[in-house]
Structure formats: C-alpha cells, structure tokens
Design a protein around this ligand. Sequence first.
Ligand SMILES: [Zn+2]
Length: 267
Amino acid sequence: MNSQTSSEPERIEPIARVIDAECEKHGPYKAKQVAMGGGLPPITMNCPKCSEERREREELRAAEEARRRKQERIDQLFRRSAIPLRFLDRTLEGYKATNDGQRRALRIATRYVETFADSATVGPSMVLAGKPGTGKTHIACGIANALIHMGKPVLFMTVLQALRHIKETYRKDSTRTEEKAMAELMEPELLILDEVGAQLGSEHEKMLMFEIINERYQNCRSTILISNLTGDELTEFLGDRVMDRFRENGAIVAFDWNSHRGQRDAS
Ligand SMILES: [Zn+2]
C-alpha cells in the first residue's frame, strides 16, 4: 500500500543502493539493497532469475490444480449423470455416419451441442425417434458427453425410472415430496428420457410425462426423448401438447435406416 495521508506520522525514507550479489544457481547479479535502519539487517533483492523460475513453477502448479479440479468436476458430473456404463464413453466424434440419415443426425447433434456453448442457459429440446439399433442412444450420450465436458449437468433416465422417481414419493413412508422429486428432474441442464413409449402408459403416467417435459420447457431446460416409435406414433402416444414442445423449439430426428446393431457404434 502506497497511500500517504496527512495523519500518518512522517517517516524517514529507507536508503536503497545497488550491490553485486551472487546467486548459487545463476551466478552474479545486480541486487537492489535497502537499508532498514534501527539495527535491522538490510533487505537484498532476490535473484531475478530465481524469482522468475518460482513464478513459473507457481503458474504451472495453479494450472495443474485447475486442470485437476475441472477433471474432478467432470468425473462427478459423469457419476451423477446415470448414463449407462455401456454408453459412458460414447462421443459424437466416435459416431460413424455411413448414410445420409446418420450424417444428418450427427450434424443436428453437433449443432445441438454448439447451442449450449452459445447461450448460458437455454438449449433446445429434441426427439430421437426410430428403429432400434440405429444409434439413437449413442447420439444422445455423445451429446451428454460433450455437455459434461463443458461442465453442464446431465441426467439420463428411462421413462420408467423417471416415473418411479416421482411415484416413490406417493408412499406413506416417503421422505421426499412430489414437488422435491419434480424439482430434482428440473435441475440438470439436459434430461435424456430413454424408452419413451416402451410400455403403454396409464393416463396418470402420461400426465406426469407431460408435467416433466412441460416444466422443463417452462424453465428453459433441455430435454431429449429417445423412442423406438416413429414421429407419428410418438405424437399419438404423448399427445399433441407434449409434441408441440418439441416442434416449437427443437427437432424431431428420424432414425429411419436399418439396424446396425452388433457394430460397436450401434444402439
Ligand atoms: Zn538465481
């Protein structure tokens, strides 16, 4: 601090001079030396090369620490994502697009990830619909992988798990409320709901599905639905109200080529 106010008692300026100093490592250097007076030993400036080396070491250590913290965060996001083990390492880069449909799906998925980088909060929603074994889950988990590396929380669930998550709170001995369970589904920036339409849902389940999707939509949270149904079948299953949410600000991607299951990248 350099401030000098009038109330401060007057001080005698320390006497500075330049002396020839010797660094054990770097040899002779010119050092500024400040006499302190009052019987105190003088302060001699450290070797500038040593200071520079120390600064570099500290910068490296800080960078390493930042890198470690980032990796820790990524590991934590992966653990919390509940992405199935089989799909944990799936990336968009690792998706082999060999036909026009796959190339289109990959293009849309890549653009989708980019929208998250652009805006801090709002990402679009998307439906990946079509035959089993066409790479829908790979694409969805590839998106999740990219978002997690951007530090964004993602949650992967089957519809059944999501409904169970809510319905568990109906039990008398439940420690969570339905509101709390719903709020937990609102937290992740991206919610991937797999196996949409795998079983016939009751009216109540359909209503819950609508609530989850609609709430997330209202909160500017992204949702990806994965389904083996076609777009039309999905509309019939989920109803127009839900599908409108995806038509409005998202994309419905048809996976309408034949199954490649068996290949590493399929599913
Ligand atoms: Zn030195």
